[in-house]
Ligand binder design. Structure first.
Ligand code: GLU
Length: 487
């Protein structure tokens, strides 16, 4: 087997989509699985729509997902530059080779002429194509047209052959009728290559062994194979990965969930969860398992197990995975990731003093089981940060109205104020002791105390809540609830 050299070749024309990230991941996994090279090349030949901002955004997202690259933009390598607009000379040279071989010709048709021709062809029922008007121009014709000020594009002369077969590692053999492919432009009159040409020149010059990309490019592949053949180059192996559909089986769109990776990042999805989720968009081990670390994915990924059928984007599954990773990850890691979300919600300002950080870890450890993504933190941590608690739930109000509550709270408040340090263990003992004094136990203790401290009758372990709140806040809230009760 050839050394594995794969590439991710995004066009930096907008937000980095789930589908692009999935292609990047499959290439990366394939490279890592087989000890190959992962290349990142920027296909920025659409001058109007490409931007550096979008490129930076894509690269940052790749890094965030943990998909490092061995060759490419920013990291360099022996086959650079890795931005197509910096490789124009190479495309020019290859186009000249095709011109010399008569596999390409100069085309002087203007946009307006081509548009009129397309209309005429359409009227005759032809789907697309080019009439071949410039196919056999003599050098004199060319000179005359150039004298008119026309700048030629270079068009590939599609050979007379019946069919082109794409041997695809995912889809098997797919045959395309050559007569459907008209002579196509490879280099525009401004010297910018078209996608199909640049991709072939680059995949060859970067010794790409496998082209793993989205299914939407399958129909471009016959053109690319014709170019590989004409240039006398070996074709890489192709693997076209299925479209991503929403749960209702229509094309994935904003309706089914955010489509840009950045949006998931902003909501506090973990890169581990997203990578795990993306890996399952069109690939599976065949077993039931759904949770895979990056290392496990590297060990198990194979193109044979990439499915031909569309991948279904299931946001519930992503949410479940994200919750899972939030609960399982080391607490320092989740705490560090939480800080910007808490800052944004106005609960924190950084830098944090070491004790405050330790305290924050306890808070995050306590609430993380309730989170789908880190953005949800703001709905669960208010009681630990604010001075006062609001009793919003009716049930909490009812719990505080019990006749035993004043005695219980008075005892607990005193015990809390007297205790040297309010650890969770100490809190447990104090709750019991206060209950004993007031002659109540179990729920009769926990529900009203929880209501007074959190405003709710449900939530994390009460003893841990008390330890996090600390003596002052616990005592203050018990006293506050009593005052509210008597008012
Ligand atoms: N620039 C193309 C895209 O973003 C890449 C196609 C390919 O991988 O060949 O869709």
């Amino acid at each position: 087997m050839l050394p594995v050299r794969v590439r991710f070749a995004p066009s930096p024309t907008g937000p980095f989509h789930i589908g692009g990230a999935r292609s990047a991941l499959f290439n990366w996994l394939y490279a890592r699985r087989y000890g190959g090279v992962f290349i990142v090349r920027i296909e920025d030949t659409d001058l109007e729509r490409s931007s550096r901002e979008s490129e930076e955004n894509i690269l940052a997202a790749l890094r965030w997902l943990g998909l490092d690259w061995d060759e490419g933009v920013e990291v360099g390598g022996p086959n650079g530059p890795y931005r197509q607009t910096e490789r124009l000379e190479l495309y020019q040279r290859c186009a000249e080779q095709l011109l010399r071989q008569k596999d390409a010709y100069r085309c002087y048709c203007t946009e307006a002429e081509l548009a009129a021709e397309r209309e005429a062809l359409l009227a005759r029922g032809a789907l697309s194509g080019y009439s071949g008007r410039c196919r056999d121009l003599s050098p004199e014709d060319c000179a005359r047209l150039e004298a008119e000020g026309r700048k030629p594009a270079i068009r590939f002369r599609v050979p007379d052959q019946d069919a082109i077969v794409v041997r695809d590692l995912v889809r098997g053999e797919v045959s395309f009728d050559c007569s459907d492919i008209g002579d196509f432009i490879i280099l525009k009159s401004d010297g910018i290559p078209t996608y199909n040409f640049a991709v072939v020149v680059d995949d060859h010059s970067m010794s790409v062994s496998h082209v793993i990309r989205a299914e939407e490019h399958l129909s471009n592949t016959p053109r690319q194979i014709l170019l590989f053949n004409a240039l006398g180059w070996e074709t890489p192996q192709f693997a076209h990965v299925s479209l991503i559909l929403g749960k209702d089986r229509s094309k994935m769109s904003k309706r089914h969930g955010a489509t840009a990776i950045e949006q998931y990042q902003e909501k506090g999805y973990l890169p581990e969860a997203l990578v795990n989720f993306l890996a399952l968009l069109g690939w599976s081990t065949g077993g039931e398992e759904e949770v895979f670390s990056l290392d496990e994915l590297i060990q198990q990924f194979s193109l044979e197990r990439v499915s031909k059928s569309p991948a279904i984007f299931d946001l519930d599954k992503l949410n479940w995975l994200n919750g899972h990773y939030i609960r399982q990850a080391p607490i320092e890691y989740i705490t560090d990731l939480s800080i910007p979300f808490l800052e944004k919600a106005g609960y924190l300002t950084t830098p944090l003093a070491p004790e405050r950080y330790e305290w924050l870890k306890e808070v995050v450890a306590l609430v993380r089981k309730y989170l789908v993504c880190l953005e949800d933190l703001k709905d669960h941590v208010g009681i630990y940060f604010s001075e006062k608690v609001e009793i919003l739930e009716d049930e909490a109000g009812e719990a505080l109205a019990g006749s035993h509550v004043p005695a219980l709270f008075a005892a607990l408040e005193r015990l809390v104020r007297d205790c040297p340090a309010l650890s969770a263990d100490a809190a447990k003992a104090l709750l019991k002791a206060a209950g004993k004094e007031a002659g109540v136990k179990g729920k009769q203790i926990f529900i009203p105390v929880r209501a007074a401290l959190t405003g709710s009758i449900e939530g994390p372990d009460l003893d841990k809540i008390m330890a996090i709140l600390g003596k002052e806040k616990v005592a203050g809230r018990l006293a506050g609830a009593l005052a509210r009760d008597s008012s």
